[in-house]
Design a protein around this ligand. Structure first.
Ligand code: SME
Length: 161
């Protein structure tokens, strides 16, 4: 792996391959957060928040890699995580200290990207990444994570049948 775009391609291929034989969504989530965090060194916290089927106005922390967070449940009206669901699109925060929506997870976090996951056209959750680097996330990160989100959504669509 020599440059970041090759790393993105390789990690996406690994996630796609794993998804074709994963026993369940939890296994795919565990594999994905581990593979993403191990290979992308500016991704210091990588985790899933999924909408609670019993309370679809609330996101629930799923598998993650990185420092433990106190934000186990986030209402969709709060945080950058809530904003991505409310807006129905990827949210990139270049400098978390200047965004009033930001819910602090670690004092070291400087920037964040949150990408919604859709299944059958509906948002079912999201993947959330924090970086210790300011303005760490650009269009290539967004494209990579949105492709991962498509894989997660397809897995859910196929297993829900
Ligand atoms: N920063 C998020 C909260 C989750 S932590 O980053 C793990 C937010 O503002 O919603």
């Amino acid at each position: 792996m020599s440059n970041t775009s090759e790393v993105f391609e390789d990690v996406l291929s690994e996630i796609e391959a794993f998804s074709s034989q994963a026993v369940n969504f939890h296994a795919l989530q565990e594999f994905s957060v581990r593979t993403i965090a191990e290979n992308l060194h500016h991704y210091n916290w990588v985790g899933f928040y999924m909408l609670d089927p019993e309370d679809p106005e609330t996101l629930v922390l799923g598998p993650f890699q990185g420092a433990p967070t106190e934000h186990l449940r986030i209402p969709v009206t709060q945080g950058v995580c809530g904003a991505a669901v409310a807006q129905g699109e990827t949210v990139i925060i270049e400098d978390v200290s200047s965004d009033p929506r930001y819910l602090a997870c670690s004092l070291e976090t400087k920037s964040e990207i949150v990408v919604p996951i859709r299944a059958n056209g509906n948002i079912v959750g999201e993947i959330d990444i924090d970086s210790h680097i300011l303005d760490a996330f650009g269009p290539a990160d967004q494209q990579f994570l949105e492709a991962c989100a498509v894989t997660f959504g397809r897995f859910l669509e196929n297993t829900a049948r």
